[in-house]
Design a protein around this ligand. Structure first.
Ligand code: GYE
Length: 353
């Protein structure tokens, strides 16, 4: 019995010792793990509200329906501009954006007044197509001070980088170079050209001229006879062309117009003068509006370098990103082609502007 008891006692002691040992090993890592995990486990608990915060922020992120946008348009000087305006208005409506739209009748002071009024109304984002490049710094600074991002649409502005968020539009220098290459082909690299420039001081006028001029340097037998602004309009393009015809007559072999509208005005002037546009005088312009395709089908315009005005979708997408504090690319560039008479009839029905 005594022996038995001793055995039992021994077994009990060993058993409790092993339990204690197990307990220790089991508890220690457990104690460590929870120690390591406890805060982590607690943090999620503490983070739970934090995790809810982003969740609470998500619904607070703006959608198109919340967005209030001001757009300071230049005017309605060309078919291109009308197409752009229509794109902005249609996309705003489609997306449910509240759009405050202003037409400045081509006056910079009207655009500046419109921007000031958008700032006073506290819009989320302002889009502007700057009629000319200079003179924007004070009003852009006012927008920045009010925390309202500025997007430049289709024309650039000469301001410090931090005063606007993004430029949505074309590479005008490239357009000028492309126009020159087409002209070189049409004139077999030899002849006199006159240029109808866009609005004096406007980004596309400056760059389209520069692109053409630099490419022209590569063609020693082609020269620029004269160059003047037709203000991007048909009426002024016609007037300037009439004056050039009076001065240079049939010395003119080619016309380079910074937009299709001025080219169409020039075509009328050439016809009235008694020469054949597209044949006696080759004509290359920029934009690619329907009117240009029609003129190419008629044979009066030779080529158009495309410049896409349908910027509504990119504009509102960028505006929404900015309103939500996201970054947008500095230059949202358009993809564009060059079209001449051979493809005009086939393409005309598909043209969207
Ligand atoms: O080429 C012209 C319009 O700013 C890119 O303005 C735009 C230009 C376009 O009036 O037709």
């Amino acid at each position: 019995m005594k022996k038995n008891r001793l055995w039992i006692l021994l077994v009990v002691i060993l058993f409790s010792l092993s339990l204690a040992a197990c307990g220790t090993t089991a508890v220690e890592p457990a104690a460590e793990e929870p120690a390591a995990e406890a805060p982590a486990a607690e943090e999620p608990a503490a983070e739970a509200p934090a995790a809810e915060e982003p969740a609470a922020e998500e619904p607070a992120a703006l959608t198109y329906e919340d967005l209030v946008v001001g757009f300071a348009q230049i005017g309605a000087e060309s078919e291109w501009r009308t197409a752009e305006t229509n794109s902005i208005l249609a996309v705003a409506e489609e997306l449910g954006v509240e759009l405050k739209f202003s037409d400045a009748q081509q006056q910079q002071e009207n655009q500046i007044a419109a921007i000031r009024s958008f700032i006073a109304q506290g819009v989320d984002v302002i889009g502007v197509a700057p009629v000319v490049e200079s003179g924007w710094e004070p009003v852009f600074q006012e927008a920045k001070d009010a925390g309202i991002p500025i997007i430049l649409v289709d024309r650039g502005a000469d301001v410090p980088d931090e005063l606007y968020t993004s430029f949505i539009g074309s590479d005008f220098v490239l357009e000028g170079e492309n126009a020159c290459e087409e002209m070189a082909g049409l004139l077999s690299e030899e002849g006199n050209i006159i240029e109808l420039q866009g609005t004096v001081g406007a980004g596309p006028a400056i760059d389209r001229q520069a692109g053409f001029a630099s490419c022209l340097e590569g063609y020693p037998n082609m020269s620029m006879l004269d160059s003047q602004s037709g203000n991007f309009t048909r009426a002024e393009g016609k007037e300037v062309m009439e004056a050039f015809l009076q001065t240079y007559g049939d010395q003119i072999n080619g016309v380079y117009a910074h937009n299709d509208d001025m080219a169409i005005g020039a075509i009328q002037a050439i016809e009235e003068y008694g020469l054949v546009p597209g044949e006696d005088i080759k004509i290359v312009s920029v934009d690619g509006v329907k009117g240009a395709f029609e003129a190419m089908v008629d044979g009066t315009l030779n080529c158009t370098v495309e410049c896409n005005p349908l910027l509504g979708p990119q504009f509102f997408e960028a505006a929404l990103m900015l309103a939500n504090g996201e970054e947008v690319p500095r230059w949202i560039k358009s993809n564009e082609g060059v079209y001449c008479q051979e493809v005009a009839a086939e393409m005309l029905p598909e043209r969207q502007y």
